[in-house]
Write a protein that binds this ligand. Structure first.
Ligand code: CTP
Ligand code: MG
Length: 232
């Protein structure tokens, strides 16, 4: 039977967080940030296994402080990341090559508030369309700024969509596209761009405004507020 697997990338440097420890291991409500996303995927009944991608010198810490401590038995591997996010993702995809993987969900370890429904929908739509990502409509007006600091253009807000993770794919499709991209030396900031680069369609479905990426210190305050509101 072909299965659904998740890759959680946590091998970034967290430069914008300006914190001594990797942001993925900062506590939110007494548990490391990474715990929350790993927990969401592990407890989902349609997920068969989870691969975590970490910096080489944090693999052991991740194993003891997250995987063993919280008994995440669905974690099948913890692999080393690369210099760019796309290299980390490719290492995660390679770790799945001997599993019978049909659908792969690629998720940022810095996005702790992914929900059961977002994961279910990601599996559903990637089975239908081959590639999809969750996200939300943009609430603010977005402009393009010119080099001198002036507004160059105002974009049509109705058409804008703020992309989140998980981004979910047919495993063979995303793996082939990532491998080709590596040879072409093209830089991307997310995985849907990788399949789009080869003219594949990406379906956009509703994530949640709570599914934020923790990037800068103020996002930690927001995360602590979200967790309080969820506990209510
Ligand atoms: N990531 C990764 N490998 C990299 C770069 C990023 O696994 N070489 C992961 C991060 O750990 C994070 C996710 O990709 O969970 C989204 O990246 P981002 O928020 O940019 O995290 P960092 O790259 O760590 O932060 P910064 O850009 O501020 O340095
Ligand atoms: Mg980054």
């Amino acid at each position: 039977m072909e299965g659904n697997y998740a890759i959680i990338v946590a091998a970034g440097k967290g430069r914008r967080m300006k914190c001594k420890i990797n942001k993925q291991f900062i506590d939110i409500n007494y548990k490391p940030m990474l715990y929350y996303s790993v927990n969401a995927f592990c407890k989902h009944e349609l997920i068969d296994g989870v691969v975590i991608v970490c910096s080489k010198n944090e693999i052991q810490y991740c194993k003891t402080e997250v995987v063993k401590k919280y008994k995440f038995t669905k974690v099948i591997d913890i692999v080393e990341g690369g210099d760019e996010r796309q290299n980390s993702v490719l290492n995660g995809l390679n770790a799945l090559k001997n599993y019978n993987c049909n659908i792969v969900l690629i998720h940022d370890g810095a996005r702790p508030f992914v929900t059961h429904e977002i994961i279910s929908d990601g599996i559903k739509y990637s089975k239908i369309y081959g590639a999809c990502t969750c996200g939300v409509s943009v609430k603010d007006t977005i402009k393009i700024k010119d080099k001198k600091g002036f507004s160059f253009q105002t974009l049509d807000r109705e058409k804008l969509f703020l992309v989140q993770t998980p981004q979910c794919f047919n495993y063979k499709l995303i793996t082939n596209c990532h491998k080709k991209l590596l040879q072409e030396d093209v830089k991307v900031t997310d995985d849907t761009t990788v399949v789009e680069h080869y003219d594949n369609k990406v379906y956009l479905y509703d994530g949640s405004y709570n599914n934020i990426k923790i990037t800068t210190p103020e996002d930690l305050d927001t995360a602590n507020m979200i967790i309080k509101s969820l506990a209510r």
